[in-house]
Design a protein. Structure first.
Lengths: 311, 824
């Protein structure tokens, strides 16, 4: 809870504008609803048991649960893969709707523009997507997060004609037992304004998912550019912590050196190093207390900032 | 100590009638001769007369020998009504009265007075247990100990004693035979396929009673009120019993009248005890069972016509309640508890006429009509509170109308030729839910010829031809291209048997089976058998046999295509015929231990099966349109079964009033697959084609034991009789189920994972915690009052055990029945 408050406070400090932009509904899975399938679904999200195939819905396994192991707030979302009769049902949740089929290759997720329950109107162009996870994949499997911005109808996979931007994150193939943040940029392929966004969050690798994989998700957020951040560079400043190592990379910049700093919430610099864009820096976090920090990449007169929680 | 046991031939009624006529003539001639001698000698002016009857039934004994002890040349035989008369001179005599199967008696006759008192001689059987005669199970009318195959014989005594309302409950007492939810298993020779494609042939009066389309025995059709004897042949018996007798055959023989008319009325009322855990009780008030049956048999027309009429009506509330699905489950066919009630009415008759004009000719017509309303439950709702409730979609409600008519004509010539022409027309109209109604017509014709060739050292020959024609109409068989399907079976068989001296009996037979299904599928198969029995001692008989079995898949197995709830049942037109062979060696030993007379029978057997048909769950539809997944009959690999059968039957008598009857049987089988890795089928599992093998489809493949088999079964029955009071108890033990289909556990996982939108199919926990074998105890007590009346209190499952013998099916809780029998 403390971390959540800090995160909120820092976010406000770093730019009120960011949260004034359109966001994901129920991003931290704090509210759940009974939709008549025996197991509550997170509000504004839909599963394979509320698919458009009413004959298969009763047969579909429950592949999610309300977890009290939360990154912030009370709950998080746990997705898991279930095997029945040799078919692995991938833990999947979406803000759109699932089209289910006995043949997994024929299943997809789509924006149901006819039904308000299964689409989210959205006309913004966020810069990136962030979220938190823990994972316990079966060997060879991994969870995925995919958000797309689009106009009109779109289904994943299959029909991406109306695609405007994609943010895709592939979770580690290893067990991650602490809440870990990810951040991925939206890759825009069109200058158009979106009408909807569609998300597909899974605990396995689609049709190749393996039985037993588990992933916990919490606190998804769209991140919008702020005035002090270079418009063209915000997408390429990555950071993630695995164990006691923090990986940082400033990508797709012209090859040049920049100054990387990590500041605590009091503004004190606790780490400072020159780095080269395109290369990944590994920072040992043994000597750094858990908590919220600000990462700053600076070259010439340009500054890029990121917030990060270290464990 | 070996005791000499004579076997009653009373069941050979045909022969008895002929013998009786002969005896009558002989008696008259004897009387005339005696009269002539009397006139000549002028000395034998007294007549010793009387009647010979059965001590217990009081029925006349025809053909009993009454002869002078000192001179066996002087004597007579009892006539058609058991009467006899012997002229004697004045003096004191000792007469011997003997009758096959009865204890001979010596009677003192004082003929010094002018009139000799009229005597009624009551003959006592050696043992009610020992009057076993196999009439036809071995085709030849041979004594049980001369048979070369293992045969168990059940007498009707147990049928009334256990208040048998449907024959399978009494069959379940036969050692080596298990009725698994109406499906017969002999020596572990079959698994479980909901009764479809029975691997055990079932006959009433030598005519098949298995439904033509499904190959399923209809036990409810069997007239239990008129059963003379049940014979169970163990091991492959297709040469003798035709296709379906892959692992054995059951012969049920009905009764013809004795000389005295008999009328028997039986009525009963009973109730199911609440289960041990009150939470398992699903009904309000009394869960009753009740019924009435009658039987009247008599001879008409101066003994030339036999008539038997019987019938019954029964009703019960069913011990299994209707489904009560969970709040999120959509039950497409809601059923209430009242619809689970079972009702059955049946009337049957046997009519036989012996020709006045042509000696040895007799003909007749047997018939049986049944109307039945029944509920059949395939799976329980759950393995705890709803143990005695049905799973939604797994209840078949049916209204059945079934009847058969059996016209026949037999001719036994004076030269020892026997010609028998038997026919059956069986029609069944089953209206069922889930679009599973069927109408089928089954016509069976058989001609059989037999003769004993005395010039070839009493070589017995039997040969014949049978035809079985089935016409079935059912929407669920439309996968053949039409709901109308035809199956025709033609078979030719012959068997020879020869006895060498009094000790050795050899037999051999061959049968050729030909099947034709819808003018498109044909199959021909020759089948062989050989056997021998040797009398090693006075009551020691050794037997050995080698026989083949063959079964052509039924219309149902090939063409059924229907849905059950969310799942499908898929056709498999490419099914192959099942085959088997069986070898065994057995010994039958008579013994006496103090007052106990008995028989020990022990058999070692080895059986192999090929192309065994099993019912497998999978994704059999490549389009997933008809139904995404379901069941299908498929040929699996080869398997073998080895084992031992032991039975001990006997009787002890203590004085005039005390009697103990015992029956004990133990069977051990080791049924194993010979091809654990053989992949016998692939499906269209969207997760990747499933390769079905024994290994992949079994819950516990480690020991290679076949599914749904009990390695150990034990059956025992003991009855104490004191005067008119008798008390008995039966015990059945089934060891644990070693292996079963993995699909059952997959079902559980799949349904549980839905979170309540599908009714969970729960079995794993029950299997893991209750699969330790089952002991079921039944008990009874009865009292006969003035011969005509018999009152009985009968309890099945006395200990009220909550148990299951096949996965997902609860067996009945304790039932207590009060029964009254009136004999007129």
């Amino acid at each position: 809870m403390t971390r959540f408050l800090l995160l909120t406070a820092v976010s406000i400090i770093m730019g009120v504008g960011a949260f004034s932009q359109q966001q994901i509904n129920n991003p931290g899975f704090e509210t759940w609803e009974d939709v008549g399938i025996g197991t509550d679904e997170p509000t504004h999200w839909s599963s394979i048991k509320t698919s458009d195939n009413i004959n298969l819905n009763p047969l579909a396994p429950v592949v999610w649960e309300k977890s009290t192991d939360a990154h912030s707030g009370q709950y998080s979302l746990k997705l898991f893969n279930v095997s029945t009769f040799g078919i692995v049902a991938t833990g999947t949740i979406t803000n759109g709707q699932v089209h289910s089929d006995f043949n997994p290759n024929l299943g997809y997720v789509f924006t149901n523009i006819e039904n308000d329950l299964f689409h989210t109107a959205f006309d913004q162009r966020p810069d990136s997507l962030t979220g938190w996870f823990m994972c316990n994949p079966a060997e060879g499997d991994f969870g995925t997060v995919k958000f797309v911005l689009h106009k009109g109808y779109l289904k994943l996979p299959g029909d991406e004609a109306n695609l405007i931007a994609t943010a895709y994150y592939e979770l580690p193939h290893v067990v991650v037992t602490t809440w870990t943040r990810f951040s991925v940029p939206f890759n825009y392929v069109s200058e158009e304004i979106p009408e909807y966004f569609l998300s597909v969050i899974t605990s396995g690798d689609g049709v190749d998912a393996l039985d037993g994989s588990e992933v916990w998700y919490d606190d998804f957020a769209f991140v919008y550019k702020s005035s002090d951040i270079d418009e063209n560079s915000i997408h390429y400043f990555f950071a993630s912590q695995y164990g006691n190592t923090l990986y940082v990379q400033l990508d797709k910049f012209p090859a040049r050196y920049y100054q990387l700093s990590i500041l605590n919430t009091n503004g004190q610099v606790i780490f400072n190093q020159k780095a080269e864009s395109g290369n990944r820096i590994e920072i040992n976090t043994d000597q750094i207390n858990s908590g919220l920090y600000i990462m700053v990449a600076q070259y010439n007169n340009r500054v890029i900032t990121r917030k990060i929680i270290l464990h | 100590m070996i005791v000499r046991v004579n076997y009653c031939i009373s069941s050979l009624f045909y022969l008895k009638q002929n013998i009786n006529l002969f005896m009558q003539v002989r008696g008259i001639l004897l009387m005339m001769m005696v009269g002539f001698i009397t006139i000549v000698s002028g000395q034998q002016n007294r007549v010793f007369s009387g009647r010979v009857v059965d001590k217990y039934t009081k029925e006349s004994l025809i053909g009993a020998n009454i002869y002078l002890k000192k001179d066996m040349g002087i004597g007579s035989v009892s006539d058609f009504n058991g009467y006899f008369a012997i002229p004697v001179a004045s003096g004191e005599y000792q007469f011997i009265v003997s009758f096959t199967g009865m204890k001979s008696q010596t009677i003192e006759v004082d003929a010094t007075a002018n009139e000799i008192p009229y005597r009624v001689v009551e003959m006592e059987p050696f043992s009610t247990q020992f009057d076993e005669v196999v009439v036809r199970a071995g085709r030849f009318d041979k004594r049980l100990e001369d048979q070369t195959v293992s045969i168990e014989v059940i007498k009707p005594r147990l049928i009334d004693a256990r208040n048998t309302t449907s024959i399978e409950t009494i069959l379940d007492m036969v050692p080596g035979l298990t009725i698994l939810d109406e499906e017969p298993q002999i020596r572990g020779g079959s698994g479980f396929t909901f009764g479809v494609g029975s691997k055990v042939a079932v006959f009433i009066d030598n005519l098949p009673v298995i439904s033509g389309d499904a190959g399923k025995p209809d036990w409810s059709l069997i007239p239990v009120e008129n059963i003379k004897q049940i014979e169970v042949v163990k091991g492959a018996a297709s040469v003798l019993s035709g296709s379906s007798a892959l692992s054995g055959a059951i012969y049920i023989r009905t009764n013809y009248p004795d000389i005295q008319p008999k009328t028997k009325i039986k009525t009963y009322v009973g109730w199911m005890s609440p289960p041990q855990s009150p939470a398992n009780r699903w009904w309000e008030g009394v869960n009753y069972t009740s019924g009435v049956s009658f039987l009247h048999s008599r001879q008409l027309g101066n003994g030339h016509t036999d008539l038997v009429i019987g019938g019954m009506f029964s009703t019960d509330k069913s011990y299994l309640g209707a489904p009560r699905p969970g709040p999120l489950v959509i039950d497409s066919v809601p059923i209430n508890d009242n619809q689970m009630q079972n009702r059955k009415a049946r009337i049957n008759f046997n009519f036989r006429r012996r020709s006045n004009k042509i000696t040895g000719l007799h003909f007749g017509l047997n018939g049986n009509f049944m109307a039945k309303k029944a509920s059949t439950v395939f799976a329980w709702l759950d393995d705890t509170v709803n143990f005695y409730r049905a799973y939604p979609g797994a209840v078949l409600l049916s209204d059945n109308i079934t009847f058969y008519l059996d016209p026949y004509i037999n001719f036994y010539s004076s030269l020892g030729l026997k010609h028998e022409l038997s026919n059956r027309v069986l029609y069944s109209d089953i209206k069922a839910n889930n679009d599973q109604s069927t109408k089928s017509l089954y016509i069976y014709n058989a001609y059989q010829f037999s003769k004993s060739f005395s010039n070839l050292g009493n070589l017995d020959f039997i040969g014949g031809v049978t035809s079985q024609y089935t016409r079935s109409f059912a929407n669920m068989y439309e996968a053949s291209g039409s709901p109308l399907n035809y199956l025709w079976n033609l078979s030719v068989f012959m068997e020879v048997e020869k006895k060498f001296g009094d000790a050795l009996n050899l037999s051999g037979g061959i049968r050729m089976e030909n099947y034709q299904l819808n003018d498109s599928i044909t199959d021909t198969k020759p089948i062989l058998r050989v056997g021998a029995s040797i009398k090693l001692g006075q009551e020691t008989y050794l037997r050995t046999s080698l026989g083949q079995g063959y079964r052509f898949p039924s219309i149902t197995e090939r063409y059924i295509r229907t849905t059950v709830g969310s799942f499908g049942v898929f056709d498999n037109p490419d099914l192959k015929s099942e085959t088997s062979w069986n070898s065994e060696i057995g010994i039958k030993q008579g013994f006496k231990f103090k007052n106990y007379y008995g028989y020990l029978d022990m058999a070692l057997f080895y059986q192999e099966y090929d192309n065994t048909i099993e019912y497998l769950f999978g994704f059999w539809d490549s389009t997933y349109i008809f139904a995404p997944a379901g069941f299908k009959f498929v040929n699996t690999g080869k398997s073998k079964i080895t084992g031992i059968d032991i039975s001990v039957n006997g009787q002890a008598r203590f004085g005039k009033y005390y009697e103990i009857n015992t029956m004990f049987g133990y069977t051990y089988v080791m049924p194993v697959t010979l091809q654990p890795d053989y992949i016998f089928a692939h499906d269209y599992n969207p997760g990747g084609h499933t390769e079905f093998s024994y290994e992949s489809s079994s819950v516990n493949p480690s020991k290679r034991i076949l599914k749904y088999r009990y390695l150990h079964t034990l059956k025992a029955d003991i009855e104490f009789v004191y005067k008119n009071l008798s008390m008995g108890s039966s015990v059945r033990f089934f060891s644990k189920t070693e292996n079963l289909d993995r699909a059952i556990f997959d079902f559980e996982d799949a349904t549980v994972s839905t979170g309540g939108t599908m009714q969970p199919i729960l079995y794993r926990n029950y299997y893991e915690h209750h699969n330790n074998g089952n002991v079921i105890v039944d008990a009874r007590i009865s009292y006969k009052w003035k011969i005509r009346h018999e009152f009985a209190l009968i309890s099945s499952n006395l200990l009220n055990r909550m148990y299951s013998l096949r996965p997902l099916k609860a067996e009945p809780m304790r039932n207590i029945t009060f029964q009254y029998i009136l004999n007129l």
